[in-house]
Write a protein of this length. Structure first.
Length: 494
C-alpha cells in the first residue's frame, strides 16, 4: 500500500513500479496528475467503487496500452488520458456521465470511444482558452465556447488543412498555429483584437489569411514569417505597427495594402519577399526598421526622390532619436545618410566591405568611435559643416580612402582616427583645430604633405608614425614647426 498515497478515498499519487498496476479497493477518486508522465506503466485496473478519474490523472503516460474502467464510473476529468498515445483499447461504461475536454487528446491509437466523447475529448479548454488539440481531423471546427486560442495550441500539427474559428473569438496567442505545414486557409473573426508573435509562422501552404477588422496595435513579430504560399496581405485600419520579420521570406507575396494610420515597420518585416511589387506607403509612416524591404523588387524599383524611395532608404539604417546605430548588410556602395540624423554611432558602418562613398547630411554633429573603421572599399566621405566631434578610430584601417576634408568647428581629431589609411594622400585640416590625437595618421604612407593650422597646440604620441614621405607645412614659429623639428619630420613654412 506504500506505493499508493491515499487520503480520504482519493488516490493522490502512485509511487510504485511500472508495468501492470492494480489500484486497491476503497479508492473512490483518482486525483489530479496521480499517474501523470509515468511512461513505464502499460496497464491499469481501476476498482469497482471508483466514481471519478481526475484532471490529467494519466496524462502523458505514453506507454499505457490498456485501462480497465469499472461500472459505476461517472466522470473522467479534463486531460485525464491526454497523450496516452499507445492506448489502444478502452470500454467506456454506460454509467459515465461526463468526459472532460481533452480527456483522450492525442490518443491516436484509440478508436472505440462514442462519438460524443470523442469530439469532446480532442479539445482542452481552460476558462475559455483552448489550450490543446488532440484530434486527427484535417478540417477542424473549434467549439463556440472558445474565446482564445492558447500559445502553441496547434503547433507543428502537420495534418490540419483548414480551421473554422468561433465567431466569439477574441485572441490568438503566440505560435498558436506555428508550422502547420498543411494549413491552407483560415478566416479570423472580426472580433479578434490581438494575434501573438509567430501565430502562423512557417505555415508553408497558407495561401490566404484575412486579418480581422478589429485587430489593434501591431501585426506581431514573425506573424506570417516563412509562409511561402501567401500571395497577398491586407492590413486593417487600427494597426499602427508591423513587427519584426512579420512577413519575412513570404516568397509568393505580391501585394501588400497598408493602413493609413500605420506609423512603423519593423526590421526585416518584408525581407526576402522576392515577388513583392506593390506596396502603398502611408503618409504618416515614421519609422522603418533595418532591412524592412531587403530583397524586394518593389524596393529596388522605387523612383529616386519619391516618398517610397526615401522610406526604403531609411530601411537600410537603424536610427533611434537621431542616432544612426547600424546599417544593413546589403547597403549600397554609395550611401547618403538620411536627413534628421545627428550622430553616427559607434561602429555604425564598421567593417562594411561594400561601402565606397558616404555623404553625411547637414545636422550631423558627432561621428562615434570606429564609426567607419575597417571599411576596406571606402574611397571618399563628405563631412558636413555642422560636424563638431570625430571619435577614436573613426576611419581607422580604411585602406582605399584617398582624401578627406575636416570642416571648421571640429576642435580635435581623435586617436587612431585615420590610422592605417594607406592610400590617404590629401587631408584638409580646419582653422581652429586644437589637437591631433595619438596615432591619428599613423601608417598613412601615401600622405606626403599636410598643412597644420596655427591653432593646433597639441599633437599626440606617434601621430605620424609610418608616414615616411610626409612634410608638415605651417606657420613659422608655430607648434607644428616645433613638433616637426622634435620628431625629425620635414617642415615647410607657409
Amino acid at each position: 500500500m506504500d506505493q499508493f498515497i491515499i487520503e480520504n478515498g482519493t488516490l493522490k499519487k502512485y509511487v510504485g513500479p511500472g508495468g501492470r498496476v492494480v489500484i486497491p479497493k476503497g479508492v473512490q477518486r483518482i486525483g489530479k496528475s496521480a499517474f501523470a508522465r509515468r511512461s513505464d506503466i502499460d496497464e491499469v485496473v481501476i476498482p469497482k467503487g471508483t466514481t471519478h478519474v481526475g484532471v490529467d490523472a494519466f496524462s502523458h503516460c505514453v506507454g499505457l496500452v490498456s485501462v480497465d474502467l469499472p461500472r459505476g464510473l461517472e466522470q473522467i476529468g479534463d486531460g485525464a488520458f491526454w497523450d496516452c498515445r499507445s492506448l489502444a483499447s478502452m470500454k467506456l461504461p454506460a454509467s459515465v456521465k461526463d468526459v472532460g475536454v481533452g480527456a483522450f487528446g492525442f490518443c491516436g491509437s484509440l478508436t472505440t470511444l462514442p462519438d460524443w466523447a470523442a469530439f469532446r475529448s480532442v479539445f482542452r479548454i481552460d476558462g475559455g482558452t483552448l489550450t490543446g488539440y488532440g484530434g486527427t481531423e484535417e478540417r477542424v471546427t473549434i467549439p463556440e465556447t472558445v474565446e482564445r486560442i492558447g500559445p502553441g495550441c496547434f503547433r507543428l500539427n502537420g495534418r490540419i488543412t483548414s480551421v473554422a474559428l468561433p465567431a466569439g473569438l477574441m485572441g490568438i496567442e503566440a505560435e498558436a498555429f506555428y508550422a502547420c505545414a498543411a494549413l491552407r486557409e483560415i478566416r479570423v473573426p472580426a472580433g479578434v483584437t490581438a494575434i501573438g508573435p509567430r501565430a502562423f509562422s512557417q505555415c508553408t501552404s497558407l495561401a490566404s489569411a484575412e486579418l480581422p477588422a478589429g485587430l489593434r496595435g501591431d501585426v506581431a513579430e514573425g506573424l506570417f514569417e516563412g509562409c511561402a504560399d501567401l500571395a497577398a496581405a491586407v492590413i486593417p485600419e487600427g494597426v499602427t505597427a508591423i513587427g519584426r520579420s512579420a512577413f519575412r521570406n513570404c516568397g509568393q507575396l505580391r501585394s501588400v495594402t497598408l493602413p493609413d494610420g500605420l506609423e512603423s515597420i519593423g526590421e526585416d518585416a518584408f525581407a526576402a519577399c522576392g515577388k513583392l511589387m506593390t506596396v502603398n506607403m502611408p503618409a504618416g509612416l515614421k519609422d522603418v526598421g533595418l532591412g524592412a524591404f531587403r530583397g524586394c523588387p518593389w524596393a529596388e524599383t522605387a523612383a529616386p526622390g519619391t516618398f517610397p524611395a526615401r522610406i526604403v532608404e531609411r530601411s537600410r539604417f537603424v536610427i533611434e532619436n537621431g542616432v544612426l546605430k547600424r546599417c544593413a548588410d546589403d547597403l549600397a556602395s554609395h550611401v547618403r545618410v538620411p536627413e534628421g540624423v545627428t550622430v553616427i554611432g559607434d561602429s555604425a558602418f564598421c567593417d562594411h566591405g561594400r561601402l565606397v562613398r558616404a555623404v553625411l547630411p547637414e545636422g550631423v554633429t558627432d561621428i562615434g568611435d570606429s564609426a567607419f573603421s575597417d571599411c576596406e572599399s571606402l574611397e571618399s566621405v563628405v563631412l558636413p559643416k555642422s560636424l563638431r566631434h570625430i571619435g577614436e578610430d573613426a576611419f581607422g584601417n580604411c585602406p582605399a580612402l584617398r582624401a578627406v576634408a575636416i570642416p571648421e568647428g571640429v576642435p580635435e581629431i581623435g586617436e587612431y582616427c585615420f590610422c592605417d589609411c594607406v592610400s590617404l594622400a590629401e587631408v584638409v585640416l580646419p582653422n581652429g583645430l586644437q589637437k591631433l590625437g595619438g596615432y591619428s595618421f599613423a601608417n598613412c604612407g601615401a600622405l606626403t604633405s599636410l598643412a597644420v593650422p596655427a591653432s593646433v597646440a597639441e599633437i599626440g604620441e606617434a601621430a605620424f608614425d609610418g608616414c615616411a614621405r610626409l612634410t608638415i607645412r605651417g606657420e613659422a614659429g608655430s607648434f607644428a614647426e616645433r613638433y616637426a623639428r622634435e620628431n625629425r619630420i620635414p617642415f615647410a613654412a607657409i
